[in-house]
Design a protein around this ligand. Structure first.
Ligand code: PEP
Ligand code: MG
Length: 762
């Protein structure tokens, strides 16, 4: 059985399209189980009906037509119970429902298993048989295993918009999708689908403006590919036999007007742009090929796919020559919007971001938060290819997306956006105030920066320094490592802008989810791999250039602090400190810049550093807790994985207790401790951190005024009592509820759950 299972999963995975994958699946399962009927029903979220998407054994016309709710039929029963239904005599079951469209004969044995993904039912996989028998335990286990494997494929297909049930619903009604908050806020705009080059699957549909131009683009692409194939044919003249070279003739014929060329042109004339038309045609051919038994013809499948990719490359090359237009209020949408994709977009026009992958504390989300752009990530079932130019509401407080919103919903959200602007305007009063509690305790608030744009916002909001400058961000915006002088100028801007207040510059923190396009790192387990200080200690040439640039940039200002990321052992700190000392000595010898030894800090991100915090603090001038990574490693929850996002919480008792322990230990050895993870920017956790006695909290400029307002209204005494109370709780949800209760009593609930009231009526 295991071998059969493996084979089926392989066949499904390698099918060129989603529909082909389903067709292959029902065919193979029917054969493997020796049954007469196999069907896949998938949930259409708009209508909340389970639709027959693929089948062998019924009348073919029933596909896409037969459907039922969770309250109907045995399929509905299986979906609502979320467990296998195994019946010997299905027709005698009270929930049995007969669909004439299927041409169904009397099938007695019925086995249905739900297809589940992230605790949600995506559909049901069913086999049926004439014999009056109950399926055996091994058969049930086989189906359950297969369905679990299939769930990933279905979820992924929904992401890519390949499910016709999803696509066809587009024009009719508002569609709602649920993800996770990446950067809070609400926005309304038009989707601009971003997709990686050379990936045919992700090319979106786009209404064509000028059919003749698209046809001309296609013609040019066809000519270029034709020329390439002819050139290849000539080059191979001495190497290949004539019959082997016949393949090139096949390629050329496929490009003809009466083959692929003509079919793509037809789709363009029907209104899709050239790249979308190409995807549609190749998809269709892939589906047809997948169903063929003839191995020779199935082989042609890879030829068609190859031609499709060649044509796409040509079309995308032509597209790159024109610059893409971004409308005002663009919402960037994609399967995986990276930090680089976000930063390359014209930010003055971007009002929202929606990414099918990612989680609340992925790097892109943090950058979006710093920029104040409402962002929803981990929207697993978004039909991306059909969304380009669609009107969209992003409610990043609730992590929700509305596509093609109704008039009423749009009006409601326009009102919410206005209320939101008023709330922000109400915070203006806190720009000039100091963060001092009503009972007189001052809490220094710093900012996290990375872009120059952060600087103006941070200064305007009265930041008391930079608690974390993410130096990898300027590295991401370039096509190669910036040189020493280039870096010096970048750092100088930051240091000058805040002088005499301190600027904490973190040394290059790449690896994990932070990739540089020109320094790719490919690892099976990047979160536990080569990242942060591990890379820079292996590459002292990169580290030294950066440290020298920082030291030079601070010349005459003396407000630089250097922070070391992803530290695991004391020796890493000793080695890095030695390199910094060496850089200082070199520069002092060179005499061009006047440099002094900066304060050096260690980040607490790896659980081992909690246990050894006193040892580490002795080798550093200060400690800064990176709660984003610390939470990830302490809870063993990938900060980028939407599947486990519910487990990722800075309200987790283990996180709060660990953080408090670190503060106590660092103070015991007489050093200072700050926190620069996103926890500091949430007014709810910020008051707990304040009660723990942090020397400074550092957060994105977008959250600064909210946190300052909270501090100005929560007496330290009350915060300490709250902290003592919540640290005795054993679950994150209890802690969060207690904090929210406190905020409600203090009239501050809007700071943690803004517009909550208004939205629940929307
Ligand atoms: C952290 O891990 O908390 C942190 C501040 O670093 P980053 O989010 O950049 O990994
Ligand atoms: Mg980190």
């Amino acid at each position: 059985m295991l071998e059969t299972l493996r084979r089926i999963v392989l066949e499904v995975d390698s099918a060129p399209t989603f529909q082909a994958a389903l067709d292959v699946l029902v065919h193979s399962v029917r054969e493997a189980t020796g049954t007469e009927v196999c069907s896949v029903y998938l949930l259409d979220e708009r209508t909340e009906r389970l639709v027959l998407m693929a089948n062998e054994g019924f009348n073919h016309d029933s596909i896409g037509v037969v459907s039922m709710t969770f309250d109907e039929g045995l399929v509905g029963l299986c979906a609502s119970r979320e467990e296998p239904i195994n019946l010997q005599d299905a027709a005698s079951h009270p929930r049995y429902l007969y669909f004439p469209e299927t041409g169904e004969e009397r099938y007695n044995a019925f086995l249905g298993v739900p297809i589940m993904h992230r605790r949600k039912v995506l559909g049901v996989l069913v086999v049926q048989q004439r014999d009056n028998r109950r399926f055996g335990e091994g058969e049930v286990a086989f189906m359950v295993t297969l369905s679990a494997q299939l769930s990933g494929v279905v979820a992924h297909a929904k992401v890519l918009g390949q499910m016709e049930v999803v696509r066809s619903s587009r024009a009719t009604a508002t569609q709602t999708y649920q993800g996770i908050t990446g950067a809070s806020g609400v926005t309304l705009g038009r989707a601009v689908v971003l997709y990686p080059p050379a990936d045919l699957e992700q090319v979106p549909d786009r209404a064509v403006e000028d059919i003749d131009t698209e046809l001309a683009l296609l013609k040019k692409a066809l000519e270029s590919v034709r020329e390439d194939v002819e050139a290849l044919d000539e080059r191979m003249a001495d190497t290949l036999m004539p019959e082997e070279r016949a393949l090139f003739d096949v390629y050329l014929r496929m490009l003809d007007d009466n083959a692929l060329g003509g079919e793509i042109a037809e789709r363009i004339e029907a209104g899709n742009w050239a790249q979308g038309a190409l995807r549609e045609v190749i998809d269709e051919h892939m589906q047809n090929f997948a169903l063929m038994d003839d191995p020779y013809l199935r082989e042609r499948m890879s030829d068609v796919r190859d031609l499709g990719l060649r044509l796409l490359a040509q079309l995308q090359e032509q597209e790159a020559e024109e610059t893409r237009e971004f409308p005002e209020n663009s919402i960037l949408v994609g399967e995986d919007i990276s930090t680089a994709m976000l930063l390359e977009a014209p930010l003055d026009k971007v009002c929202g971001v929606v990414s099918a992958t990612g989680a609340a504390n992925s790097h892109m989300a943090i950058v979006a938060r710093a920029l104040g752009i409402p962002t929803v990530v981990g929207v697993g079932d978004l039909p991306i290819t059909s969304l380009d130019d669609a009107e969209m509401i992003v409610d990043a407080y609730l992590g929700r997306i509305y596509v093609q919103p109704s008039r009423v919903l749009r009006k409601r959200y326009q009102a919410i956006i206005k209320e939101e602007q008023q709330l922000v305007a109400g915070l203006d009063a806190y720009k000039q105030r100091e963060a001092v509690t009503p009972d007189g305790h001052a809490v220094p608030l710093c900012v996290n920066t990375g872009l120059m744009a952060d600087v103006a916002r941070a200064k305007d909001r009265g930041a008391e320094g930079v608690g974390l400058y993410r130096s990898e961000i300027p590295f991401m915006l370039r096509e190669r490592f910036p040189g020493e002088e280039e870096q010096r100028q970048i750092y100088r801007q930051q240091l000058e802008a805040f002088a005499p207040r301190p600027v904490t510059m973190r040394t290059l923190d790449i690896g994990g989810d932070k990739d540089l396009p020109y320094f790719p790192i490919s690892e099976d387990n990047p979160a536990l791999g080569w990242r942060g200080i591990r890379i820079t200690l292996d590459h002292p040439e990169i580290f030294m250039v950066q440290v020298r640039a920082m030291l030079k940039a601070a010349s005459g200002l003396d407000n630089l602090q250097i922070l070391l990321p992803m530290v695991t052992t004391v020796s890493e700190v000793i080695d890095a400190v030695a390199l910094i000392h060496r850089a200082v000595a070199e520069l002092q010898e060179e005499k061009e810049y006047e440099v002094t030894l900066p304060r050096i800090g260690v980040m607490v991100e790896v659980p081992a550093t909690i246990i050894q915090i006193a040892d580490l603090a002795k080798h550093a001038d200060f400690i800064s807790i990176g709660s984003n990574d610390l939470t990830q490693y302490l809870l063993a929850v990938d900060r980028n994985n939407p599947r486990v996002a519910d487990l990722y919480s800075s309200y987790h008792p283990a996180v709060l207790r660990a953080v408090r322990y670190v503060v106590g230990e660092v103070h015991r050895v007489g050093k200072t401790v700050s926190i620069c993870g996103e926890m500091a920017g949430d007014p709810g956790t910020a008051i707990l951190l304040m009660a723990m006695g942090f020397d400074a909290l550092s957060m994105s400029a977008s959250n600064l005024l909210k946190v300052r307002k909270a501090i100005c209204h929560v007496p330290m005494q009350r915060a300490r009592e709250l902290l003592d109370r919540v640290l005795a709780f054993d679950r994150p949800e209890l802690i969060r509820a207690a904090v929210e209760q406190e905020m409600t009593e203090l009239g501050l609930i809007d700071l943690v759950r803004p517009q909550n009231q208004a939205r629940s009526q929307a």
